[in-house]
Design a protein around this ligand. Structure first.
Ligand code: BGP
Length: 500
């Protein structure tokens, strides 16, 4: 039976520099925001220094900071990429660690050692038959830009970004066809430091929990990022017109279902969707949507918009919509009124205030994470995005994190992962039949990496196991899990074995 997956469908996997490279201070690299965090869900490990009058890394090191060494991909990437190619990957997504290229962020000249690393990385991918899909910043703003400027709260960031983007587009011209600007800036609503790249550096605010920002600050910071996103599209068209510049957002919250037909549930679910669609509405429709004006009014937000900003945003919208999807959520007015909402099924990427468990879903990922498994939610999200934007869609993250250990024979059997991926891919196929234009599917974490949310190794997504544990010990040896051969067969048959 022929599948609906089109020829040239980009099958593959996705990772991010800060979650696997390690070598966090090697070859001239300086710190980025995630280097001072044990998971983006936690508080940054920085403190106010009275003498210098600024935030500085405190590096108390009373925790194991796994991302410093990651899975040592920086030194082992050739072997790791060969393992990915062994599954027949057509594409591999990673990010450029901004602080390898501009270590402090505001230098005039880039760091050649950092540029050379990615040259070889992308060359290796191409030799192995994999298209590089590259995120320009995956929670990886140089820390120097936050502590000295406040990050994206400061308009000067646009200039630093422009220099960085121009540098990488020029250097990797002809090698990278698929770019994405920021990873999940919509998650910045919950975690502005890591996902937003913003820090309040005003001395009178030094006693505030440093992650708290006002609505005024958030919307101003996002405005600067929207200008920066449009500039990246413009630079891409000028420097390498054959390449595409996508955006990347977390879209789990788009699958927020109303609990009942109570109009308040419907409106609440729609409100949640809009909090996230706001970002793509600006970047793809090229203007601020009407509904955000009410939010600004109610929160005394007054944006500073420079001459030419809105023209840039209108003229340079992204070429495709890259997104992550992991789980869905339920919006319940009843639970809000009763005070019984639960964070299960909600959390960072969901961003749903009124969340309750969905009785129609039978599985969730293991405790303590318990992310509801909802393959049809992915079909729903694809259709929602296609209807709203009518641009090519690229599923650049979807996957399941499990707590796994080698068995007595040194193997890992992971049928739950196989079932998760199969069920989601069958829904991707349905979405294609529904008329969605889907460029590819990149499984998140095809090799075990450090978790973004919680900074641990224990939450393993890989088709390839990496011998490293939460306390930092382990040989770093790589072992193929049973799902490895299965995913390989999926790609080889262009999805046909999903129906076996
Ligand atoms: C996405 C991030 C990734 C990633 C994934 C899984 O939101 O873009 O970086 O790690 O979530 O999350 P976690 O690692 O917390 O399980």
């Amino acid at each position: 039976m022929a599948t609906a997956f089109p020829e040239g469908f980009l099958w593959g996997g996705a990772v991010a520099a800060n979650q696997l490279e390690g070598a966090y201070l090697e070859d001239g690299k300086q710190l980025n925001v995630t280097d001072v965090m044990t998971g983006i869900g936690n508080k940054p490990d920085i403190e106010w220094n009275e003498e210098t009058g600024k935030w500085e890394p405190s590096f108390t090191h009373d925790f194991v900071h796994l991302s410093e060494e990651g899975i040592d991909f920086y030194h082992r990437y050739k072997d790791d990429l060969a393992l990915m190619a062994g599954m027949g990957f057509k594409a591999f997504r990673t990010s450029i660690s901004w602080a390898r290229i501009f270590p402090h962020g505001d230098e005039e000249e880039p760091n050649e050692a950092g540029l050379a690393f990615y040259d070889d990385l992308f060359d290796t991918m191409l030799e192995l038959g994999m298209e590089p899909v590259v995120t320009i910043s995956h929670y990886e703003t140089p820390l120097g830009l936050l502590v000295d400027y406040g990050g994206w709260l400061d308009r000067r960031m646009i200039g630093f970004w422009e220099r960085y983007v121009r540098t990488v587009l020029t250097r990797y011209k002809g090698k990278v066809k698929y770019w994405m600007t920021f990873n999940e800036i919509n998650v910045g609503r919950m975690i502005p430091f890591a996902a937003g790249g913003m820090l309040d550096i005003h001395p009178t605010h030094k006693d505030l929990p440093n992650a708290d920002l006002t609505q005024q600050q958030l919307y101003q910071g996002w405005h600067h990022q929207f200008v920066a996103n449009a500039l990246a599209v413009k630079l891409c068209r000028e420097i390498d017109p054959a390449a595409k510049m996508g955006l990347m957002l977390s879209q789990s919250a788009i699958a927020t279902y109303p609990e009942t037909c109570n109009p308040d549930d419907i409106l609440g679910a729609q409100r949640t969707q809009r909090l996230h669609s706001f970002f793509s509405d600006v970047m793809l429709k090229g203007r601020y949507p009407g509904y955000v004006r009410r939010i600004w009014e109610e929160n005394d937000v007054e944006l500073e918009i420079a001459d030419g900003d809105m023209e840039l945003i209108a003229n340079y919208t992204n070429d495709y919509f890259g997104f992550s999807y992991y789980r869905s959520a339920v919006y319940s007015t009843r639970a809000i009124n009763e005070g019984t909402t639960t964070s299960k099924g909600g959390g960072l990427t969901s961003g749903s205030a009124g969340t309750v468990a969905n009785p129609y879903l039978s599985a969730c990922s293991p405790e303590p994470w318990c992310w509801p498994v909802d393959p049809k939610g992915l079909r729903y999200v694809c259709n929602y995005l296609q209807d709203r934007y009518d641009v090519p869609l690229f599923i650049v993250e979807n996957g399941i994190g499990l707590d796994e250990n080698l068995d007595a024979d040194g193997h890992i059997d992971d049928p739950f992962r196989v079932e998760y991926v199969r069920d989601h891919l069958l829904q991707v196929e349905e979405a294609i039949k529904d008329g969605c234009d889907i460029m590819g599917y990149l499984y998140w974490g095809p090799i075990d990496v450090v978790s973004a949310g919680t900074g641990e190794m224990r939450k393993r997504y890989g088709f390839v196991y990496v011998d490293r544990f939460n306390d930092g010990h382990g040989t770093l040896e790589r072992v193929k899990k049973n799902s490895y051969d299965w995913y390989k067969a999926v790609i080889e048959s262009n999805g046909e074995i999903l129906h076996a």
